[in-house]
Design a protein around this ligand. Structure first.
Ligand SMILES: NC(=O)C1=CN([C@@H]2O[C@H](COP(=O)(O)OP(=O)(O)OC[C@H]3O[C@@H](n4cnc5c(N)ncnc54)[C@H](O)[C@@H]3O)[C@@H](O)[C@H]2O)C=CC1
Ligand SMILES: O=C(O)/C=C/C=C(\O)C(=O)O
Length: 486
């Protein structure tokens, strides 16, 4: 059986401890590969390599040379598209039809977009008077932050990891990546692409393992890491933030959400159903931007619930290779336990189960997989944990509202503030409501429509900082002002 090693200083290396853990295919519960678990020794080697690489050929390259290499990385992902696709789908169980349109193309785009952007975004310059009349000139330059620790999750593994690594490298940093223990393969494979593209050794490093008391914690505790970027659960974000405080290291956190969809009676119902379907069930509901709370204006509530039920029941659940399938399994049986505990809680709290609520019947060869039914509830109280906690499964609760003010108040009622979707053909209303929603990302009559130049991140407990566009460049560089007395 294949084993997945760390990628340190341009070489694949195993763990000194010999500790390995299983990488499981969530579609059938079978072990796909064995993964080396990093101890402090491997994490230290990766960080030292990253530090040294800052002073090596990478640090001396011109912007043109560096960005040309990043284009080659993107081309390398595209050239090995099928291998990345196969690996991502085996690790996550997601349909190939989804990963081939979203995960893998975005993996490549994340390098191209930021390689081009860093060449074109200006820095500021100010002329100033001085008492002697000669004046002075201030100008700002960007310098890499240094070694960036990238801790990434399992839901969109290649997409979210490269969303951080792409701009970090474009800005001249070096990285140590700790991918999720659930989905190590594409991050490991990217090492080969980096090598072939001419990325110098030590610039891209990968250590595998778990979070607490394992590779994740060892990385955040390492004093030579200059900043951290993390996507994942809010509680984990708090732990990483504490670790980053030691040594005053910068952080960018994209955390959980319990996002609201607001559906007004003046919406285009077809669009609202199609968009809410995707936002609740795409990637088996494992998207931090997904909608788990849907608020619908009372006059169209019954119609909306009926049509979303019909759409959810039309989803085809199946393994990655099933070309008809548009919903895969959850990432693991452990995660399914969590999701099913909320399915049970909904019943205990008196929900009406509109559809789903359990585990689908699957053929014998898939019986060991982490399958769940897409699920819709109505009738829960606003303070039920099902309505307030991020479940991260293919489910949503739908509740009626009577006024625009009530809809806004409901949307803003939780400590999360990541994303929201507004469905209304009245653009004046949509604009007014969008301005009052406490979230970092608002979609109007759409969902997950992404322009990589835009600010991306959450407010309240959904994160700190923004990435995307110039905001990524801000995070991955130190701005230095140079003042020349003329
Ligand atoms: N994109 C998102 O917003 C995601 C949200 N989640 C949410 O989090 C819940 C739990 O899933 P997990 O995989 O446990 O998420 P998590 O937030 O614990 O894991 C994400 C990454 O952080 C690492 N990590 C965990 N603890 C760490 C620590 N103390 N120090 C450094 N790194 C650490 C993990 O190894 C993984 O690479 C899910 O049920 C879901 O609700 C999970 C994954 C992605
Ligand atoms: O960058 C994107 O387009 C997607 C981001 C999605 C997440 O951050 C998530 O699901 O965690």
């Amino acid at each position: 059986m294949k084993d997945i090693k760390h990628y340190i200083n341009g070489h694949y290396v195993g763990s000194a401890s010999g500790k390995l853990f299983d990488n499981v295919n969530p579609a059938n519960g079978k072990v796909i590969s064995k993964v080396h678990e990093a101890g402090r020794e491997e994490v230290d080697a990766a960080v030292q390599a990253a530090k040294a690489a800052l002073r090596g050929p990478w640090g001396k390259m011109t912007l043109e040379q560096r960005t040309a290499i990043l284009h080659k990385v993107a081309d390398g992902i595209n050239a090995r598209f099928d291998e990345f696709l196969e690996a991502e789908c085996l690790d996550t169980g997601k349909p190939k039809s989804l990963a081939s349109h979203i995960d893998i193309p975005r993996g490549a785009a994340n390098f191209k977009v930021f390689a081009d952007m860093i060449k074109n975004v200006p820095t500021e310059s100010f002329e100033m008077p001085t008492p002697d009349g000669t004046g002075a000139l201030n100008y700002a330059v960007r310098r890499p932050k240094g070694v960036v620790g990238v801790i990434s999750p399992w839901n969109l593994p290649l997409l979210l990891m490269t969303w951080k690594v792409g701009p970090a490298l474009a800005c001249g940093n070096t990285v140590v990546v700790k991918p999720s223990e659930e989905t190590p393969t594409t991050t490991a494979l990217l090492g080969e692409v980096m090598k072939d593209a001419g990325v110098p050794d030590g610039v891209y490093n990968v250590v595998h393992g778990f979070g607490g008391d394992s590779a994740g914690a060892y990385l955040t505790e390492h004093p030579l890491v200059d900043g951290f970027t993390f996507t994942g659960e809010t509680g984990t974000g708090e732990v990483i933030m504490k670790a980053a405080a030691k040594g005053i290291r910068d952080i960018s956190l994209e955390l959980g959400g319990k996002n609201a969809g607001l559906v007004f009676a003046d919406c285009d119902m077809d669009k609202a159903i199609e968009g809410t379907m995707r936002s609740a069930f795409a990637n088996c509901g494992q998207v931090c931007l997904g909608t788990e709370r849907v608020y619908v204006e009372r006059s169209i509530f019954d119609e909306f619930v009926g049509r979303l039920k019909e759409a959810a029941e039309g989803l085809k659940i199946g393994p990655p290779d099933d070309a008809e399938a548009n919903m895969g399994p959850l990432v693991s049986l452990k995660h399914r336990e969590k999701v099913l505990s909320y399915y049970q809680k909904a019943v205990d709290d008196g929900a009406t189960v509109v559809t789903g609520g359990g585990v689908p019947d699957m053929p014998a060869e898939l019986a060991g997989g982490a399958w769940v039914q897409p699920t819709i509830w109505t009738g829960l109280a606003d303070d039920s944990a099902v309505v307030t906690d991020e479940i991260f499964g293919p489910c949503c609760h739908i509740r009626p509202f009577d006024t625009e003010e009530e809809a806004i108040q409901l949307a803003n009622s939780l400590p999360y503030g990541l994303a929201s979707a507004i469905w209304s053909e009245n653009i004046t209303r949509a604009h007014r409501v969008a301005g009052q929603i406490e979230a970092g990302i608002i979609w109007v009559n759409s969902w997950f429509l992404r322009d990589l130049r835009t600010p991306f991140g959450g407010s309240k407990q959904s994160g700190i900082g923004r990435e995307g566009g110039v905001h990524s460049l801000e995070f991955y560089t130190e701005m230095k002002n140079i003042c020349i007395k003329l």
